[in-house]
Structures are given as C-alpha cells and as structure tokens.
Design a binder for this molecule. Structure first.
Ligand SMILES: Cc1cc2nc3c(=O)[nH]c(=O)nc-3n(C[C@H](O)[C@H](O)[C@H](O)COP(=O)(O)O)c2cc1C
Length: 232
C-alpha cells in the first residue's frame, strides 16, 4: 500500500459500511467435481488462491484466522500463517506461552478461517489442535530467516511489556550472542500446532446472496467424510 495522507482519508469521510455491497460471481462449486476428501479439495482451492496471489489479486493466501476459546468458553481470534498441510491437518507455528496456546492447553477445539475475499471464497475448519513433534518444529525453525529465529527468542508473546525499547534491547542482546551465520537454538517455548479437521466448509459467494456452502464432516473416530450442503 502506498503511504496514505490525511487528505486521502478526508475524502472518505462519511464512509458507510452498510452501503458497501459487492455482487459475487455466477459460477459456483461443481458438486459433481468436488474431491472425496476435504484436504484434497483444500489443496485445489489453495492452489487457486496462490494463483490469484501471483496475479496480484490476493495477498498472503496462507494467512488464516485462528479462533480459540479458553476454559470458560471465552473466544479470541488472531491471524497466523499456514506453514503446511497434508492429510493429517493444518500446521501453524507460534509461541507456546501465548494466549492462543494457553487456550489450546485448556481446550483443544479451534476454528480456522481462510478469508479469500477477492475470490469471494472462505474455507472454515473446525477441529482439534495438537502440538507438532519437536523434530518437525526444529525442521521448520531452521528454514526461518535468522532475524525471525531471534525474534522468536526475543518476544514473550502475549505478555504485557513496558515499551518497545524492551523488545529491541532483548533482540540486540540476542543478535550479539548469535550473529548472522551462527546457529540459533530452537526456543523451547516455541513450536507448531497441527489442527486435525473434524469439519471443513467451502464457501463460494454467488449472485443474489445464494451462495454455495459445502461442508465435509467426519464422524468421530472415523476416517469417512460425508458432504452436506448448507443454506447460505
Ligand atoms: C498476516 C499475519 C500473520 C501472522 N502470523 C503469525 C504466525 O504465524 N504465528 C504467530 O504466532 N503469530 C502470527 N501473527 C500475529 C498474531 O496475529 C497474534 O498477534 C499473535 O500470535 C499473538 O496472539 P495471541 O496473543 O492471541 O496468542 C500474524 C499476524 C498477522 C497479521
């Protein structure tokens, strides 16, 4: 985004979200062509989202909103990046001391949402989050840029801090200890979660708000998926 000035923003005074209305596309989900397995269907849509990104139509197709709920059922949401997916589920990495990780420790049920708005699509996953193994975490950590590896050590994610200075001081100390080229150990408080899906909904916006919604549901303890159509 180019830098925005006050005049540009003044021109948007009186902006009314109620008047923001888009007509979605006519072509929907071809039910006869959908995959039997939701991860396969996800792979197709994810590729199409990545293609849209290449064309400049969408930004960060792997950004997803993770919603958790604490032991009292209080929900919270935040964006994270999908770092892998396969038949076992969807993987993201985070700080194990963070609010989301504390929620998951108390209640493993989570929801993921991929907001692919420029394609009038969203994918919503319901499932349980499990920590990835340390080997898997270490393998991913090694692929991160040096600065991000230090950042994972520098920040006690979700804890209040007095000022940004505190963060930058901590980063500078780490940088002196582990200069570029030096291997940074994997922080014990950092790692992955794999969300094992129980349901996966594919939503395609269509004309006149008659959207397509197809939800794959897995019966508990089974590998079988059934697909149901939901009213929009
Ligand atoms: C586009 C985007 C990508 C992000 N990716 C991650 C991520 O992969 N892992 C992560 O821990 N936080 C990520 N964040 C920051 C989180 O949204 C959030 O601020 C942080 O994880 C703390 O959340 P919590 O306090 O609810 O646990 C990302 C934020 C944005 C906007």
């Amino acid at each position: 985004m180019s830098p925005v000035n006050d005049r540009d923003l003044d021109a948007l005074d009186g902006l009314d979200p109620a008047a923001m209305r888009r007509q979605y596309r006519a072509d929907g989900i071809d039910v006869t062509a959908i995959a039997a397995d939701p991860m396969e269907q996800f792979a197709r849509w994810f590729k199409e989202a990545a293609y849209a990104e290449r064309q400049g139509a969408l930004y960060e197709p792997n950004a997803m909103v993770v919603s958790t709920a604490d032991a009292e059922g209080r929900p919270s949401s935040r964006t994270v990046l999908l770092k892998g997916y396969d038949e076992r589920g969807f993987v993201f990495f985070t700080n194990y001391g963070s609010r989301k990780a504390q929620d998951i420790a108390a209640n493993a049920h989570v929801s993921l949402l991929f907001p692919w708005h420029p394609m009038a699509r969203q994918v919503i996953v319901g499932g349980a989050a499990l920590r990835t193994g340390r080997d898997e975490t270490a393998a991913y950590f090694r692929t991160r840029p040096h600065g991000s590896q230090l950042g994972a050590w520098a920040s006690s994610q979700s804890s209040p801090i007095s000022a940004r200075d505190e963060l930058e001081r901590s980063y500078a100390e780490l940088e002196a200890r582990y200069p570029e080229g030096e291997q940074v150990p994997v922080p014990p408080h950092w790692g992955g979660f794999r969300v094992v899906p129980q349901s996966v909904e594919f939503w395609q916006g269509r004309e006149n708000r008659l959207h397509d919604r197809l939800r794959y549901v897995r019966a508990t303890g089974s590998d079988e998926w059934r697909v149901e159509r939901l009213a929009p």
